[in-house]
Design a protein around this ligand. Structure first.
Ligand SMILES: [Zn+2]
Length: 113
């Protein structure tokens, strides 16, 4: 079986077999990582997996788990956070269908213009 050389921050160089290594390949390459429980100190070691590391580990027999990050998680958000007052205002406005209809009409007028 392939021997994988890795390093633990506490124990230094350690040798692992493919089943001891977990490889997670993310749609955001910077978030890909590999992890293992150090055979010496049993601490979990987790490190970033560059493209080269992903290639080395998969050719060494470590199956890659695919991790898809939803696009919403990568959106940038600006402006103040929504507070309880905003939620209450929204809830109250939903109870008044006239207000919602007026708001929709205003939006439609805006888009038509
Ligand atoms: Zn260790």
């Amino acid at each position: 079986m392939t021997t994988i050389k890795a390093s633990c921050p506490t124990c230094g160089d350690v040798e692992l077999t493919p089943p001891q290594v977990r490889l997670v390949v993310c749609t955001v390459p910077a978030w890909s990582f590999y992890a293992f429980d150090c055979p010496e100190c049993t601490d979990e070691v987790r490190k970033h997996a560059t493209e080269d590391v992903v290639r080395l580990l998969t050719t060494g027999g470590v199956p890659a788990e695919r991790w898809s990050v939803p696009a919403e998680a990568l959106e940038e958000h600006a402006g103040p956070a929504i507070g309880w007052d905003d939620v209450l205002d929204f809830s109250l406005s939903l109870e008044t269908t006239d207000v919602v209809a007026a708001a929709l009409a205003a939006v439609q007028r805006h888009h038509a213009a």
